[in-house]
Design a protein around this ligand. Structure first.
Ligand code: AMP
Ligand code: MG
Length: 345
């Protein structure tokens, strides 16, 4: 299929009308959001949803998030509640997705056969305008091939999606760089945090929500356990290289890496430690960001995994992040990318 690439700098660009027409006719449009790039199609069309799964190579039981342009549009697709509107008032539009019981208006293909549906109202003005112009919700997973790191700029999208989609909107680099926070609203109004993101567990607790962390956020699924969020059970975000997390002080990490030189090894280093580790000749360093600036690390992580892969490293090591604040989102993506390989030093 021929893929058109449109450079869009502002939500008032007339090119967004062309993109909305592609969505209305059942086609696939990749668009920027504040989290990562999304692979969008008409959420109310089962045929369009099937095209998304095919383009990504995604298993069809891994449901899609439906994107709306204003929080009250959720009424048409889900059974909302006071808890939903409290979340909406505080955090929407923004990088949070809410899972609620679905109405029959949402095809089973879009929700991966589940009785629930995930809804998000993006803040990125290009995304928001595209949804409004389309006149329907847009189902959109991350615009990467299933299993690989999510795309945070248009080069990543082109690498994965050229020839697989009708249109790609180039809207620059993603602001945050990791996917949205996902919460499920339980019948009693409490929340289960299914995927951590920019809106943190601490943000939700500070707003007095009753929040439980799904165990699969920090651990693998246990033998025989059913995933509450189907995406939890699949390999995710993984580079082609072996990715390994190191849990220990920088001196211990230095000694450990000292044995790995000359083995085509990469290390994701905190910016302030670069000079310290540069004595390790034979290990390629990639700057992850300042140690305490997890927003910078979030913005760089997926791009670095792709870059290190392009350089053909056989093993990539990275420090294990903490699990507080935005650190939890990094931790969750990194343990999956590493298939839970953590070396305690
Ligand atoms: P992605 O589209 O790549 O950002 O992934 C979407 C994530 O949302 C996947 O991990 C899905 O499992 C999760 N998700 C979507 N819909 C639901 C739902 N109805 N219930 C639970 N998780 C969901
Ligand atoms: Mg994804």
């Amino acid at each position: 299929m021929e893929t058109k690439i449109l450079k869009v700098d502002s939500p008032s660009s007339p090119l967004l009308e062309d993109a909305a027409a592609v969505i209305r006719s059942g086609g696939l449009v990749v668009f920027p959001t504040e989290t990562v790039y999304g692979l969008g199609a008409d959420a109310l069309s089962s045929q369009a949803a099937k095209k998304i799964y095919a383009a990504k190579g995604r298993p069809s039981d891994n449901p899609l998030i439906i994107h709306i342009s204003s929080p009250d549009e959720a009424e048409a697709y889900t059974y909302t509640s006071d808890t939903y509107y409290k979340i909406a008032k505080l955090f929407m539009p923004g990088p949070i997705t809410v899972v609620m019981t679905a109405k029959d208006t949402v095809p089973l293909e879009t929700r991966g056969g589940l009785p629930t549906v995930a809804v998000r109202c993006p803040e990125n003005p290009i995304a928001n305008k595209l949804i409004a112009l389309s006149g329907r919700p847009i189902a959109a997973p991350s615009a990467n091939l299933s299993g690989s790191p999510s795309p945070t700029n248009v080069k990543h999208v082109i690498d994965d999606m050229m020839g697989r989609v009708d249109m790609i909107i180039d809207g620059g680099s993603s602001d945050f760089g990791l996917e949205s926070t996902i919460v499920k609203i339980e019948n009693d109004g409490s929340l289960v945090l299914l995927r951590p993101g920019k809106i943190t567990r601490e943000d939700l607790l500070a707003a007095s929500f009753d929040v439980k962390l799904a165990s699969a956020v920090t651990e693998g699924l246990r033998e025989g356990e059913t995933a509450i969020s189907p995406g939890m059970k699949y390999k995710h975000y993984a580079p082609r290289a072996t990715f390994v997390l190191l849990d220990g002080e920088k001196e211990k990490i230095f000694d450990f890496l000292g044995d790995k030189t000359g083995q085509n090894t990469a290390f994701f280093v905190y910016d302030e430690d670069e000079t310290y580790f540069s004595r390790l000749l034979g290990v390629t360093l990639y700057r992850l960001g300042p140690r305490l600036d997890e927003e910078s690390q979030a913005k760089r992580l997926f791009a670095l995994l792709r870059e290190a892969d392009e350089c053909g490293h056989s093993v990539i090591y990275a420090p294990l992040p903490r699990t507080e604040g935005i650190g939890l989102a990094l931790y969750n993506r990194m343990i999956r990318a590493a298939a839970h390989t953590i070396i305690k030093l």
